[in-house]
Design a protein around this ligand. Structure first.
Ligand SMILES: C[S@@+](CC[C@H](N)C(=O)[O-])C[C@H]1O[C@@H](n2cnc3c(N)ncnc32)[C@H](O)[C@@H]1O
Ligand SMILES: Nc1nc2[nH]cc(C(=O)O)c2c(=O)[nH]1
Ligand code: SF4
Ligand SMILES: [Mg+2]
Length: 215
């Protein structure tokens, strides 16, 4: 009989699921999600507050997560999304190395608060005004996805986009620019829609999974 898998080498995980990417430039594509536990960023409108206490969630063995990602790949997932909680609050090198066995691109959803680690094919940075992101994430991210609750968030979004460009070598394209209205607030939706209509560098990101009622 083989020994029970060790959890000592795995991260604390809230949930894993196979759905469609609901947000950002890859919205609408089949994706396997790994939601890591732990976040101390404290966004008042966070839709995942149950993920905040890391110790409330079980450690999952790396081999089990890699096997789940491989099964999702066989079932049609086009990429793996590591989200949370705040994924940068756990070390990601070993997790990314283990997930390579599934052969899927790895995407990261992060606020940029924490210690950058791991190797990713796509980085979504959703910076928060009260906890500015690490400069290396801003310099490397593929998309900038700013949650909009008030007009000040639009100024913050422009400042983050300008900084992301400033931190890159000359003539390097900046990240894709997305505004995501905070969920279920019509005034925030109107603000984001009006801004994108007048600013062609920006595009709207809706949390389409919530509109669809899927995970
Ligand atoms: C739950 S967070 C996890 C990843 C990471 N902690 C972060 O904030 O980017 C996933 C995404 O959902 C966004 N988000 C969280 N709560 C939201 C809400 N109520 N409305 C719209 N977007 C939200 C975050 O800004 C982030 O882009
Ligand atoms: N379908 C779906 N797409 C998502 N994109 C980012 C998510 C997240 O919570 O990070 C998320 C999520 O929770 N569900
Ligand atoms: S950083 Fe992400 S997970 Fe943490 S509180 Fe903010 S939205 Fe929620
Ligand atoms: Mg979500």
């Amino acid at each position: 009989m083989s020994p029970a898998p060790s959890t000592a080498d795995g991260p604390a995980v809230v949930e894993t699921f196979h759905s469609l990417q609901g947000e950002g430039l890859h919205a609408g594509r089949s994706a396997f999600f790994i939601r890591l536990a732990g976040c101390d960023v404290g966004c008042s409108w966070c839709d995942t507050k149950h993920s905040w206490p890391q110790a409330a969630h079980p450690l999952r063995p790396l081999g089990e997560l890699a096997a789940a990602a491989s099964a999702a790949a066989a079932a049609g997932a086009a990429f793996v999304v590591i989200t949370g909680g705040e994924p940068l609050q756990q070390p990601l090198d070993a997790l990314c190395a283990a997930l390579a066995a599934a052969g899927l691109p790895l995407h990261l959803e992060t606020s940029g608060v924490g210690q950058p680690s791991g190797r990713f094919d796509w980085v979504t940075l959703s910076p928060k005004p009260h906890r500015p992101p690490a400069a290396d994430l801003l310099a490397r991210c593929d998309e900038l996805k700013v949650v909009v609750t008030s007009p000040a968030d639009l100024d913050f979004a422009e400042a983050m986009a300008a900084e992301a460009v400033r931190l890159r070598p000359p003539a390097t394209p900046g990240p894709a620019r997305l505004l995501q209205p905070v969920w279920d607030e019509p005034a925030a939706r109107e603000l984001a829609v009006a801004y994108v209509r007048a600013h062609p560098d920006w595009r709207l990101s809706l949390q389409s999974h919530k509109w669809l009622g899927v995970r």
